[in-house]
Ligand binder design. Structure first.
Ligand SMILES: [Zn+2]
Length: 499
């Protein structure tokens, strides 16, 4: 057995990414650093300074040793050599990466964006205050339709999809549940690009057959179903890129399409994502289109679309009855506060959903209704919106905490995308999807003063630093990103540029 030891503090090198069907063997890697995560909603934020984490060649966390459980005076490499009990024949060499001496750096789980429209990326920041239904007709459908135009579709898709994947990856999003467009060819290209750049992702070819307001952008029901099946076949066998059944939202889908998509999800064991209760006019429209259903949530329930693998985005104006249905069906919500503010849809009562209804609530950027490509920005905005809600309701309990949003950005996201045993926290058996945060990164806004540094690992000071990161940090603080243990972003590497 040969050990390849790097002196503490030496950076990992950027590694080439895998392509379809290909793989390469990563060395076993030991990370020593401050690890911060929320293993469960109840635990709150757990901060583990000087923690030792072993990640095997599959990118799976092999062990986690908190400082308290490490014998005093033994360095990480010696401890590893003494205690490693894995398959020695596979352990050709290992890396040792140490960030524990740098008090500005810490490792957190990769963000999980549970609602994002890849195709709408060029429209970020455009259409301020335009209500949902007008915004769709004036901006969204026009752009999405271009992805079906044979004259420009492949070039356009390559340009936009490359940009959105890299932009979100560099902001720490290791996994995302995407909407593409109704076009299958470019949705397949999107799957290829996820593989190429190493982001874990769900590809949601949009299904819609009843677009009365903008009839140029829809497809016949049977074509929509066939296209979805085609995409499912295309993603078959891929580990990190999966299809997700995506009825856009009830107003643009026939009852028959909704029913058959529900059946398809069941038959193929594929998750589902859609929108719900984003805007009051939209809710009225749904009532008129589906008079036989009790409410908006029931429309999806009655068509077999609700279950533990369903992500419902926005959910701003849910009735108590709908909350009960969603909880009973074990669905997850995706809270999209930047979008809800940008197109003035409303303030979702997230604290109530979390603590009273006990619904799993994750976070979504909802590009481009949302202007913020980073989940860190969405965390900040979630708190601000909850403060505005609390000022209106005069109930301070409506305010979300740092813990709430950290949990929603990571663990709740893992539950929402059906990967709760695989992602969202640092535990043996989970995949190493993580980001290295540096509060002292070049060009960053996060100024930390000497007295604010947790030199003796005081938890209060750490929590203050996390708060500082959320409120004054941005993607510049996210200096490295790993997916499955693969280093997919490395801003510490000389010459690193955004693709
Ligand atoms: Zn959306």
């Amino acid at each position: 057995m040969t050990y390849f030891e790097e002196p503490p503090g030496v950076e990992e090198t950027f590694e080439p990414q895998w392509n379809r069907g290909g793989s390469y063997r990563k060395p076993y890697t030991l990370y020593r650093a401050t690890f911060i995560h929320t293993p469960t909603f109840e635990t709150g934020i757990v901060i583990s300074p000087n923690c030792l984490v072993g990640v095997n060649s599959e990118g799976t966390i092999d062990f986690v040793r908190e400082e308290a459980s490490q014998p005093a005076g033994i360095d990480g490499i010696r401890l590893f050599k003494q205690e490693y009990t894995g398959p020695v024949q596979n352990l050709n060499h290992f890396k040792y990466v140490d960030y524990s001496k740098d008090c500005y750096k810490f490792i957190v789980p990769g963000f999980i964006d549970t609602h994002i429209h890849a195709s709408q990326y060029p429209n970020i920041g455009i259409g301020l205050g335009c209500p949902l239904l007008d915004w769709l007709n004036n901006y969204t459908f026009k752009l999405e339709k271009r992805f079906s135009d044979p004259k420009e579709q492949m070039e356009l898709a390559k340009l936009v999809y490359t940009k959105v994947i890299n932009r979100t990856l560099k902001a720490g999003t290791t996994c995302a549940s995407y909407f593409t467009t109704i076009d299958t060819k470019t949705s397949k290209l999107f799957a290829d690009l996820l593989l190429k750049y190493g982001q874990r992702g769900f590809v949601g070819k949009v299904c819609m057959d009843h677009n009365e307001e903008y009839p140029e952008y829809q497809e016949p029901k049977d074509k929509s179903l066939e296209a979805m099946k085609d995409l499912i076949g295309y993603c078959d066998g891929l580990t990190n890129v999966k299809p997700i059944i995506t009825p856009r939202f009830a107003p643009v889908c026939s009852s028959s399409l909704l029913k058959q998509l529900g059946q398809l999800a069941k038959d193929c064991k594929i998750p589902i994502q859609t929108h719900i209760s984003e805007n009051k006019d939209e809710i009225k429209l749904v009532e008129g289109l589906f008079p036989e259903c009790d409410n908006y949530a029931s429309v999806y329930k009655d068509h077999g679309l609700l279950g533990s693998s369903t992500i419902l985005a926005h959910a701003i104006h849910l009735s108590e009855k709908e909350c009960n249905v969603i909880k009973k069906e074990n669905c997850s919500l995706s809270h999209c506060p930047t979008s809800n503010s940008f197109i003035s849809s409303g303030e979702a009562p997230i604290h109530k959903y979390l603590y009273e209804n006990k619904i799993n609530v994750s976070l979504g950027t909802d590009l481009s209704g949302g202007y913020e490509q980073s989940i860190l920005g969405v965390m900040k905005h979630s708190i601000m919106v909850s403060h505005h809600l609390a000022m209106k309701t005069e109930k301070s309990k409506d305010k979300l905490s740092i813990h709430d949003v950290f949990y929603m950005a990571t663990r709740a996201g893992a539950i929402a995308v059906g990967l709760k045993d695989k992602l969202g926290s640092f535990e043996a058996g989970k995949q190493f999807d993580a980001q290295l945060i540096d509060l002292d990164a070049i060009g960053a806004n996060t100024d930390v003063f000497d007295w604010q540094i947790p030199k003796n690992n005081e938890k209060d000071k750490w929590l203050d630093l996390i708060s500082k990161w959320i409120f004054s940090g941005d993607d510049r603080n996210c200096v490295k990103v790993w997916v499955d243990g693969n280093l997919v972003v490395d801003k510490l590497r000389l010459g690193w540029v955004l693709v």
